[in-house]
Design a binder for this molecule. Structure first.
Ligand code: KPL
Length: 300
């Protein structure tokens, strides 16, 4: 399969690297990373090791492939969608954090859009070097739910490359479950500069569990069937498997980059507020992360 990965940060590079073992992959990456990959290949370290040789491009305009994997930050979805619209793909799969990305992609593209959730831990160590800091799994399917031959074909292609993949017919539920996981793990590890395992221990676990429960309650208020128990179990399973990972939000805050707080905890707050629910933990976490971002001068 020919695959283009848009957004070769930590997650995009890890997925692209593993997929390149089996498929023809092009990474759309920043210049330093693209140069390093062209010169020395992409080195995978940690739980998944090896050197692979994907193509690397700095401009994603006009590309053609069977599949586009979208791994850009949630706030970059719209420009990515516009770039994708200049190329040709049989399917587009979003593996991004946060909610609402698939709807933005679908608005700009005629190509079928698949939704995905990924719980692998990844850190881009240096240009050309990505570490897998926790084995996880990928769940994917049509973004509105149901089944499609395209989703099955993409799932099989991912499995062939060695990625643990499940094709699901309930992606709206899966997306909310992953949102609850990220709402539990990302802001508290970012604010305390700790690894994901910290949310399994006091005092962070009380905050992480409260944020996860609030996200599940909000999901139910929007009509998505997600119990507190399922959400908490998912959050703690991911935190255990990625115990040594620095969450994407902690990586962003440490590097003084804009975080995805708006489409994770901020999204929970917005949906809860619309339905008259109070989600004080997500409200506080959103405001603390935004304050840190502003302090670093990278607010929007
Ligand atoms: O999605 C993640 C993230 O860091 O954004 C997890 C799965 C929690 C891994 O850290």
């Amino acid at each position: 399969m020919q695959i283009v990965v848009f957004g070769a940060g930590s997650l995009g590079s890890l997925l692209g690297g593993v997929l390149a073992r089996e498929h023809e992959v092009t990474l759309v990456a920043r210049e330093a990373h693209a140069d390093a990959v062209r010169e020395n290949g992409l080195r995978l370290e940690g739980e998944l090791e090896g050197i692979v040789n994907p193509e690397a491009a700095t401009d994603g305009a006009g590309l053609e492939a069977d599949l586009a994997v979208v791994a850009v930050k949630a706030f970059d979805t719209e420009p990515a969608a516009k770039t994708l619209a200049t190329g040709r793909f049989e399917a587009v799969l979003s593996v991004q954090n946060g909610m609402g990305n698939e709807a933005i992609l679908a608005e700009h593209l005629e190509t079928p859009v698949l939704a995905g959730t990924v719980t692998y831990g990844a850190i881009l160590r240096d240009p050309g070097i990505v570490e897998c800091t926790g084995l996880g799994e990928i769940t994917l399917g049509p973004h509105g739910g149901g089944r499609s031959p395209l989703a099955t074909a993409v799932g099989e292609a991912f499995e062939r490359a060695g990625l643990e993949t499940t094709v699901a017919d309930d992606m709206p539920v899966q997306r909310w479950k992953k949102l609850a996981v990220n709402a539990g793990i990302n802001p508290i590890t970012a604010l305390t500069a700790t690894e994901n395992g910290a949310v399994l221990e006091p005092p962070a676990n009380a905050v992480a569990r409260a944020a996860t429960r609030e996200a599940a309650r909000t999901a139910r208020a929007t009509g998505v069937s997600l119990s507190n128990r399922e959400a908490l179990e998912a959050m703690e399973t991911v935190a255990t498997a990625t115990r040594k990972n620095t969450s994407s939000m902690a990586q962003d805050l440490l590097a003084e980059r804009r975080t995805e707080i708006d489409s994770i905890s901020g999204y929970v707050v917005d949906r809860a507020t619309e339905r008259g629910l109070d989600v004080p933990t997500n409200r506080l976490l959103t405001s603390l992360v935004r304050t840190q971002e502003r302090g670093q001068g990278n607010g929007r």
